[in-house]
Design a protein around this ligand. Sequence first.
Ligand code: HEC
Length: 219
Amino acid sequence: MKRTTYLAAILITAIIVTVSSCDSKREPGKIYMPDMAYSRAYETYAQRDSSIFTMNPAELGDKIFYNNIPVKGTIKRGELFPFTVTPNNNNGLIDSNALINLTSQIKNPLQPLSKIDSTEAGRLFNINCAICHGPKAENNGPLAPKIGGVKSIVAASPGYSDGRIFYVMTYGQNNMGSYASQLDRKQRWMIVQYIRTLEPKAATTGSSPAKADSATVKK
Ligand code: HEC
């Protein structure tokens, strides 16, 4: 008898709970731990709530500082160290001997490319550069007549340091734009090595053609 009463009581409670919990679907009910329900962390692609996040360091404390920019002095994992030479003029041209000297002091940080990497460097060159410079790094790519003023890379590059070629790719030069956003640093250094393989072979004197930059200013 007693057992039946218990069972009945449990059954009735269960029914009440079930029925009452699906009472109103429109009201989510009370959240008793909002921090767990809604993350205060920045959600990818979510619109930033200006009542929580701020780009103004002065508002720090009340709000979370977030400006999408990597912390100064940090680099992403696996990325090469930044190129330290920056243009000292508005047009970004490598137009002073001081700049040429600076770039020539920066060595290519990569080991000589393996066969696979070299193929990859060639692929990157053909995608990004050959459209203007042609597959042999000259000035006969299909886009060259439209752009105008395209120069042969290999005509100049034997006299250029690795750093200088990297500089041109990074900041652009006259009609050529910067490739810093399309190619990461490693890819740009790989292309520098690839360009070396396209340069004309050393003259019969046997001396290395890749001398450091001459002191003359070339634009
Ligand atoms: C949109 C066309 C275009 C593309 C694409 C392009 N360049 Fe250029 N490039 C030029 C032009 C134009 C010049 C000549 C700039 C000048 O007047 O000094 C030039 C010049 C250069 C120079 C300097 C030559 C010299 O005599 O000083 C180098 C090095 C170079 N390009 C490398 C590259 C590399 C590497 C890539 C691929 C990442 C590339 N370019 C992609 C148009 C292009």
